[in-house]
Design a protein around this ligand. Structure first.
Ligand code: FAD
Length: 432
């Protein structure tokens, strides 16, 4: 009988295995824990949440909330377990982590179409396979994938600055200008007075950081020093570093500010901007507080938080189709953080798309590309169509969605994006 190998029973692999098994496909689900552990997992459960127990915002005012709703509509195992194990968390969906991963482990282990094999795979086997081994893919398999995809197509670290929505920037304060007006004006500049800088610097050096794990320290030695570490070395380190104001006079006053935070365009559509030189290890809540202290960013909507952790991911724009199928081997799919989506929910959602499409492949049906009007489709499009140079993982956000037609009032945008996504995903439900 034909079967599919799913490597890795994390968020993505568990969802993919479920999507296959429920369509009558036999699955061999390989998970290396507890035979071999990762540096961040603590249990032998499937879909273990390695850090926070939050699956972030619920409700349709936020792209990750829309993504969760899409997954519910398409019958996601991860969402069923999350909803069944929810704990109070305001507008967010947080879960009892033991109950959540315990339920998923028990369900998949007892499924008649799934054989669980506790073993580290060091190569991708022949035959239909989904690779979902995550940001902490074991060294041996990482080496294999690196060899298979080419050395420039496999990354080990993710040291990224926060990315914000252009729509949330206050252009009464922020101005467009390149240093010394060299070339085309390309940067957005947030000017700070001495007083503003002092208050901000004080807040930054006292903000809470995520504890650095031993295996992650290496990243700091690669010229990617977090902004908070730089700030602790002294005010001058940042004033002569990423916040250097020379050549950036404010056109409104003609004066050079005391310090400047620069924003660089992050996507081709020009809807997203990153904070230049602001890679950070601050906790997410703290990042929001510190970013919103910057003049002009008081209402900044962060679509991707800064991270500095071990994160293996392939160069999906070169290697994958929006169905998560490998371009040069049609019975091979990748899923999860390894593809360059970022976050628990995004990883599970990509596992869902890969699982549905692998099932279609096995059944000889046409694969499905989820439309760019949906959160799922917009992520698949981002990872497969974004610039190949400097490709960085991304959380779900409205900036990735296909633009709305015509002129739309800013405050109505989110509701329209959400309504359109839900309508489209219901149409897709008929096709899968
Ligand atoms: P995983 O959930 O990691 O699953 C991969 C599975 O593959 C693991 O069970 C692993 O044991 C197994 N495996 C690895 N190699 C092999 C092999 N060779 N053979 C067999 N099995 C193998 N996202 C958030 O939304 N919130 C957070 O708070 C958050 N914190 C993070 C903290 C850290 C330290 C890291 C590294 C990531 C964090 N992420 C967070 C990002 C990401 O969303 C999670 O890592 C998520 O678990 C990724 O899902 P996945 O299915 O791709 O990988």
């Amino acid at each position: 009988m034909k079967f599919v190998n799913v490597i890795g029973a994390g968020l993505a692999g568990s969802e993919a295995a479920y999507q296959l098994a429920k369509r009558g496909i036999q699955v061999k689900l390989y998970e290396m824990r507890p035979v071999k552990n990762t540096p961040a997992h603590h249990t032998q459960n499937f879909a273990e949440l390695v850090c926070s127990n939050s699956l972030r915002a619920d409700g349709l005012a936020n792209a990750v909330g829309v993504l969760k709703e899409e997954m519910r509509i398409l019958d996601s195992l991860i969402m069923k377990a999350a909803d069944a194990n929810a704990v109070p968390a305001g507008g967010a969906l947080a879960v009892d982590r033991e109950g959540f991963s315990g339920q998923i482990t028990e369900f998949l282990s007892n499924h008649p179409n799934i054989e669980v094999i506790r073993e580290e795979l060091t190569e991708i086997p022949e035959g239909p396979t989904i690779v979902a081994t995550g940001p902490l893919t074991s060294d041996a398999l990482s080496a294999y994938i690196r060899e298979m995809t080419g050395h420039n197509s496999f990354y080990f670290y993710d040291a990224a600055a926060p990315i914000i929505e252009k729509d949330s920037i206050n252009f009464d304060k922020v101005y467009l200008k390149s240093r010394y007006d060299k070339g085309e004006a390309a940067y957005l500049n947030c000017p700070m007075s001495e007083e503003e800088f002092n208050a901000w610097h004080e807040a930054l050096i006292n903000a809470e950081v995520v504890p650095v794990k031993e295996f992650e320290k290496e990243v700091f030695f690669e010229g990617c020093m977090p902004i908070e570490v730089m700030a602790k070395r002294g005010r001058q380190t940042v004033l002569f570093g990423p916040m250097k104001p020379v050549g950036l006079e404010d056109p409104k006053t003609g004066e050079t500010p005391y310090a400047v935070v620069q924003l660089r365009q992050d996507n081709a559509a020009g809807t997203l901007y990153n904070l230049v030189g602001f890679q950070t290890h601050l906790k997410w809540g703290e990042q929001k507080r510190i970013v919103q202290m910057i003049p002009g960013l008081e209402n900044a909507e962060i679509v991707r938080y800064g991270v500095m952790h071990r994160n293996s991911f392939i160069n999906s724009p070169v290697l994958l189709r929006p169905t998560y199928q490998f371009k040069t081997r049609e019975d091979l799919f990748f899923a999860g953080q390894l593809t360059g989506v970022e976050g628990y929910v995004e990883s599970a959602a990509s596992g869902m798309v890969a699982g549905i499409n692998m099932a279609k492949y096995m059944l000889g049906e046409e694969l499905i590309e989820f439309p760019r009007e949906t959160a799922m489709g917009s992520m698949a499009y981002y990872i497969t169509h974004t610039s190949q140079d400097g490709f960085q993982p991304m959380n779900a956000n409205f900036g990735l969605f296909l633009d709305l037609p015509g002129r739309v009032k800013k405050k109505e945008k989110k509701a329209l994006y959400a309504a359109r996504a839900i309508e489209k995903i219901n149409e897709c439900k008929e096709l899968i």
